[in-house]
Design a protein around this ligand. Structure first.
Ligand code: ARG
Length: 466
């Protein structure tokens, strides 16, 4: 016999059993079952508050708490089995029904003054609070890895690109610090989101508040919520804290997808700037020579679902009349999906980064092969008081001259330089050495190795403070 009672708590005013198809369509148990711990924790706190506010007796509260703990133990030991054949429509009914089976009629007092509307809002906030903290923790680890890579490569020279065309040489350290900046802002966004997640909504009833004198401050304190919601209608209906979190995840992965794209490019035969460790690459079932960068490809690919989930929640909320509507049940799978996926992405990104070999010679060669010091030629003249526009044109002509003759700047003789401008002196060769070009960007926020070291000091300090 199935031990789970599946009584519908709203069946009083109905004269017929609900249709099997309605039950299947309506049920959220298959996905909200993962909230069992949060649901039970919030219920225990609620019962304690009912007793604290003298709405039920201390003895009744103890009995209910004993029952709720028993339900928790059962679920923990039986795991998936507990939910098999469970016909309840959601996690709240499943737990309450089982509680009543265990403790009898006293269990029927648990829901006094409460609605599943404020209950689910409270459960999901309680769950999300912990999850966002985990995301911030994983982001912080990733940030440490990025900072160490920046330190290791503070003077490694790589080509810098705009329009995916070689633009100016930069340091690999500077490149990593650009991601440190994005990740830091992502951390700020999640932390900011937390302030709006961390609000107790329980005690809002179905929509109007409740006529029982529930001490909401006491309830907030025992559930460690920082604030309590101000308006019951808003509390049961808004999911803006979920929208924000889905946005933060979508934006974070947009950042990671940009990095992922670069890793895929840098790994390909034509670039070969990096080699991925065998443990973090995959093969082809047909072409024996292949070693594929599945990890960054999947990270890039997952952007679709993150942006999709964000679009879905906004669409879900658009035009919803006050207050609770069943549409809101659809928020769960979106936030679960995004949170689950971003957590594994953050873990794997961190490991992947730690297992890359940087082919610094290849990078250096690439940085030297083209005309990336052309701007420095123009700057050379500009510093001798040639207006920049004229200097730019002269440098452009030198590039065209070299391309036509299949030569590089280094191959030009002094007299050739001087046919382009009389102010070129012997020191031009030193000035357009790739190292000099990089060192010359010695400005706050620039790519010069010294600036990279300064930036590392700043971000490390900030990182330690957080
Ligand atoms: N499963 C529902 C949800 O996730 C719980 C709240 C149900 N409330 C209601 N009035 N039917 O939103």
């Amino acid at each position: 016999m199935n031990k789970h009672n599946d009584k519908k708590f709203w069946s009083g005013r109905f004269s017929k059993d609900s249709a099997e198809l309605l039950d299947r369509f309506n049920s959220s148990l298959s996905f909200d079952k993962r909230l069992y711990k949060e649901d039970i924790t919030c219920s225990i706190a609620y019962v304690r508050t009912l007793a604290h506010s003298k709405i039920i007796s201390a003895k009744e509260s103890e009995e209910i708490i004993r029952g709720l703990n028993k339900v928790f133990e059962e679920i923990e030991t039986e795991k998936e089995k507990w939910f098999e054949e469970n016909k309840n429509e959601d996690i709240h009914s499943a737990i309450e029904n089982r509680l009543i089976n265990i403790v009898g009629d006293v269990g029927k007092k648990l829901h006094t003054g409460r609605s599943r509307n404020d209950q689910i809002s409270c459960d999901i906030r309680y769950w999300l609070k912990e999850e966002v903290n985990k995301v911030v923790f994983l982001l912080t680890n990733l940030r440490s890895t990025i900072i160490s890579l920046a330190r290791e490569h503070f003077k490694t020279i790589i080509p810098g690109y705009t329009h995916l065309q070689q633009a100016q040489a930069i340091t690999l350290g500077h490149y990593f610090l650009s991601y440190e900046q994005k990740i830091s802002r992502d951390i700020q966004r999640f932390t900011e989101n937390l302030t709006r997640v961390d609000v107790l909504t329980l005690g809002s009833g179905a929509l109007a508040g409740t006529s029982y004198p529930i001490d909401r401050n006491f309830l907030a304190k025992i559930l460690s919520f920082k604030e309590i919601s101000e308006n019951s209608l808003d509390a049961v209906s808004d999911r803006d804290f979920i929208v924000e979190c889905l946005f933060n995840i979508a934006l974070l992965n947009t950042h990671l997808s940009q990095w992922a794209e670069e890793m895929i490019l840098w790994n390909c035969e034509e670039f070969k700037f990096i080699s991925i460790s065998d443990a973090y690459a995959t093969g082809s079932s047909m072409m024996p020579q292949k070693k594929n960068p599945d990890i960054p490809e999947l990270i890039r690919g997952k952007s679709g679902r993150f942006i999709g989930n964000l679009t879905a929640i906004l669409t879900l909320l658009k035009g919803l009349p006050q207050a609770y509507n069943k549409d809101l049940q659809e928020d769960k799978e979106l936030i679960f999906d995004s949170v689950d996926n971003i957590k594994i992405i953050l873990e794997i990104t961190n490991e992947f980064l730690q297992n890359i070999t940087f082919n610094t010679e290849k990078m250096y060669e690439a940085a030297n092969s083209g005309f990336m010091s052309a701007t420095d030629i123009a700057d050379y003249l500009t510093k001798k008081d040639v207006p920049f526009r004229i200097a730019h044109e002269v440098a452009g002509k030198i590039v065209a001259y070299c391309i036509e003759r299949k030569r590089t700047f280094k191959d030009l003789s002094m007299s050739e330089w001087n046919t382009f401008h009389k102010l070129f002196g012997d020191d031009i060769i030193e000035k357009i050495r790739i190292e000099s070009c990089v060192e010359s960007k010695n400005i706050y926020g620039g790519t010069a190795p010294q600036q990279v070291l300064n930036a590392i000091d700043r971000v490390t300090k900030r990182h330690e403070l957080e």
